[in-house]
Design a protein around this ligand. Structure first.
Ligand SMILES: Nc1ncnc2c1ncn2[C@@H]1O[C@H](COP(=O)(O)OP(=O)(O)O)[C@@H](O)[C@H]1O
Ligand SMILES: N[C@@H](CCC(=O)OP(=O)(O)O)C(=O)O
Length: 379
């Protein structure tokens, strides 16, 4: 595998980049689609594509695109209206992209993903295959969350983390996050005296930086989800640049715009990265102190004997949080049993479970291979 790009200069010739554009960069003052902004972005990406470099576009804006056509008067607050708006707006958005890329002789392909598609192994292999084939065919894949079917429990809601996971899935050389501010500032950018941070080389570099989760009127997640995305990507070896959509050409040319987040870690297994970041958990399994040590320090599987309590309802295979009796999250894992089964098993030794179930080797509640430490989550 190629080494991560050492600095921005490498961006100009990077073979594969994932570019994410936020709703705030695609809407005008009236809340409608800003066609000039969309066409400018397409022109820059199409030129890159024409030079033989691969581009995956993760575009928000489906919900925003439907606000005026559906007479909604603003961003919908309830899930059902957001789903309906996304359904209408996604078609409108894709029509604009198809038209704009066609003006440069290029084709696009729509890929709608749910968090579920990225956490289940079979699904993410499918997504990866489809995206790779689109790229091999010279198509520009345009990715969005499948908002029309995503539920509140299992959805990203913002496209920043989705883009980070897609860049990992495709082993991109860089992730480019385009928004309505020209970089990360050391405080809310509207506050006088705050300054752009051009370079972040480690998570410690963010100490003292004040970010809010409040986005623009139309965006979701604000700077918090962008920093989450940068931390997911950089921790798995993918440098990230955060800049204004209007500066996309300069950013892709490697100029000193925006904030460059250097790669900090090495590539992780896709499945474990998904597990740590792809979705919210369906419930919690409370561990006694011995089980916390076994899981966190000794890196062992979680056995029923160490389960003190079960919170929420889940099915076998769902992602759950493993917490200590103090409520601290220890790890996240895919649970092998339903919540009802874990309740029935809790506190029982393996010998007792063997006797009760008649099985020689009852499965652990969460197998070691299905466990990850939770890092970099702010919410
Ligand atoms: N420290 C910070 N540096 C830069 N922007 C910040 C910071 N804290 C909060 N923000 C806000 O984050 C917003 C971008 O988030 P959002 O509206 O969700 O964008 P998008 O639609 O592109 O995803 C900016 O408009 C800015 O006001
Ligand atoms: N998937 C949603 C995007 C949600 C959203 O607003 O994201 P973002 O603007 O990137 O913070 C849409 O297309 O409307």
């Amino acid at each position: 595998m190629n080494l991560p790009l050492a600095n921005r200069a490498g961006l100009a010739s990077a073979p594969r980049v994932v570019v994410k554009v936020g709703s705030s960069s695609l809407t005008d003052a009236d809340g409608g689609l800003d066609l000039a902004a969309l066409r400018h972005l397409v022109q820059v990406l199409a030129a890159r594509r024409a030079r033989g470099q691969q581009v995956v576009l993760v575009s928000s804006g489906a919900i925003a695109a439907a606000i005026i056509p559906l007479g909604l008067g603003g961003k919908p607050r309830d899930l059902a209206t957001a789903q309906a708006a996304a359904s209408v707006g996604q078609g409108l958005l894709m029509a604009r992209y198809t038209e704009a890329f066609a003006g440069h002789g290029q084709r696009v392909g729509q890929v709608l993903l749910t968090a579920e598609d990225l956490i289940r192994r079979q699904h993410h292999v499918n997504a990866q295959r489809a995206l790779e084939r689109l790229l091999a065919l010279g198509v520009v894949p345009i990715v969005n969350e499948n908002d029309a079917v995503a539920t509140d429990e299992i959805r990203f809601g913002d496209n920043d983390r989705l883009a980070a996971l897609v860049s990992h899935l495709l082993r991109a050389d860089a992730l480019v996050l385009l928004t309505d501010v020209d970089g990360l500032y050391d405080g809310p950018p509207e506050r006088p005296g705050t300054r752009r941070i051009p370079l972040v080389t480690s998570p410690e570099g963010l100490a003292g930086v004040e970010v809010t989760g409040r986005g623009s009127a139309i965006g979701t997640g604000g700077m918090v989800t962008k920093l989450d995305a940068a931390s997911i990507a950089t921790a798995s070896g993918i440098p990230t640049i955060l800049t204004a959509a209007g500066d996309v050409a300069a950013a892709l040319a490697g100029d000193d715009v925006g904030t460059w987040f250097a790669a900090t870690g090495r590539r992780k297994s896709t499945r474990r990265l998904w597990l740590a970041h792809a979705t919210r958990s369906h419930g919690r399994v409370v561990l006694d102190d011995g089980a916390v040590r076994a899981v966190a320090q000794d890196k062992r599987s979680l056995l029923a004997a160490g389960v003190a309590d079960v919170e929420g309802e889940f099915e076998a295979g769902d992602p759950v949080e493993l917490v200590g009796t103090d409520g601290q999250v220890v790890a996240r894992g895919l649970v092998a049993y339903s919540s009802a089964e874990v309740r029935a098993m809790k506190g029982k030794t393996s010998a007792r479970l063997r006797a009760e179930s008649g099985q020689d080797h009852p499965r652990p509640v969460v197998h070691r291979d299905d466990l990850v430490e939770v890092v970099g989550r702010r919410r």
